[in-house]
Design a binder for this molecule. Structure first.
Ligand SMILES: Nc1ncnc2c1ncn2[C@@H]1O[C@H](COP(=O)(O)OP(=O)(O)OP(=O)(O)O)[C@@H](O)[C@H]1O
Length: 254
C-alpha cells in the first residue's frame, strides 16, 4: 500500500525502462531520493537525464518499472501542485512581463497571487519585474523559467540544467537558493553536466548511457575511487564499469 505521508522517500524509482524513437534509452535503473535533500543528476549529454526527469514528473511514456513520487505514482493528479518542473526550454511567454508571466502561471497552478513577487525575488529578477520576457538575456530567461517552478512552494523540484549558460556568480547564487529551499524542507533533483556543481549536492546520481553508474554522497564517491576530484571519480567509475565492476551504490535501494 502506498502512502503519500512524509515517511516515503521523495522519489523512488525501480527497474525503470524507457524507449525513445524505438530505441532503449533507460535500461532498468533504480534509486531513491530522500526528502529534504539536494540530489544532483550528472552525466554526459544524451545519457538520459531529461528522459529520467520526465518520468519522475509523469510526462514520459515508460516501458516498464515503477516511479513513485511523494508516495504516489508519478503523474498522479494529486501531485500536480506538489511537484515543480523546470525544463531546459523556457516556459514563459515572450510578450508578457516577468511579473505578468508569474501572475499568469500562479493563477493556472492555483498558487497565491503574492507568490509572483516572492519567486521573482528568489531568483534575483527583482529589477526586471516589469520587463517583457522576450527582451531578457539568456541567463535572466532561465531564471524566469526557474521562478515558474517555484510557484506554489512545491515539495519536490525537478530542475533540468537550471544553471546552463549562467555566469559563475549566478550559478553560485542559485545553488545557495537550492540549499535554502532544501533547508526549508523541499527536495530538489537537479541535473547538470558540470562536475564542479556536483560538490554542492547532498547526493549524486552519476548516469551514463541510460544507467546509474554510481549513487552516493560526493565525498564518498571521491574517496571510494581514490580520485582527486569528482571528474576523476567519474572517469574511474566509467573504466571500472567497462571492466565489469558493479554499480557503486551507497545507501541506495536501487
Ligand atoms: N523525442 C525523441 N525521439 C527519439 N529519441 C529521443 C527523443 N528524445 C530524446 N531522445 C534520445 O534519448 C537519449 C536520451 O536523451 P535525453 O534528452 O534524456 O538526454 P540528456 O542526458 O538529458 O541530454 P542533455 O544533457 O544533452 O540534455 C538520447 O540518445 C536522445 O537522442
Amino acid at each position: 500500500m502506498m502512502s503519500s505521508d512524509g515517511s516515503s522517500p521523495a522519489v523512488r524509482v525501480r527497474d525503470l525502462r524507457v524507449d525513445r524513437g524505438g530505441r532503449p534509452v533507460l535500461h532498468g535503473l533504480g534509486f531513491e531520493v530522500p526528502r529534504g535533500s539536494v540530489v544532483g543528476l550528472l552525466g554526459p549529454s544524451g545519457c538520459g537525464k531529461t528522459t529520467l526527469m520526465r518520468a519522475v514528473v509523469g510526462v514520459q511514456i515508460v516501458k516498464g518499472g515503477e516511479v513513485t513520487v511523494l508516495g504516489l505514482p508519478a503523474g498522479s493528479a494529486g501531485l500536480r501542485r506538489r511537484v515543480g518542473y523546470a525544463t531546459q526550454s523556457p516556459a514563459v511567454y515572450a510578450d508578457l512581463t516577468v511579473r505578468e508571466n508569474m501572475r499568469y502561471f500562479a493563477a493556472v497552478l492555483g498558487a497565491p497571487r503574492s507568490d509572483a513577487d516572492r519567486v521573482i525575488d528568489e531568483v534575483g529578477l527583482g529589477r526586471h519585474r516589469g520587463q517583457v520576457a522576450g527582451t531578457l538575456s539568456g541567463g535572466q530567461l532561465s531564471r524566469a523559467n526557474l521562478a515558474v517552478a517555484l510557484l506554489g512552494t512545491p515539495e519536490l523540484l525537478v530542475l533540468d540544467e537550471p544553471t546552463v549558460g549562467l555566469d559563475p556568480v549566478l550559478r553560485q547564487e542559485l545553488w545557495e537558493l537550492f540549499r535554502e529551499l532544501a533547508d526549508r524542507g523541499a527536495t530538489l533533483l537537479v541535473s547538470s553536466h558540470v562536475m564542479d556543481e556536483a560538490v554542492r549536492t547532498d547526493r549524486l546520481l552519476l548516469m551514463r548511457e541510460g544507467r546509474i553508474l554510481a549513487d552516493g554522497a560526493p565525498e564518498s564517491l571521491r574517496d571510494r575511487t581514490g580520485a582527486a576530484d569528482l571528474e576523476g571519480a567519474f572517469l574511474h567509475l566509467i573504466t571500472e564499469g567497462a571492466g565489469g565492476g558493479a554499480t557503486a551504490a551507497e545507501g541506495s535501494a536501487a
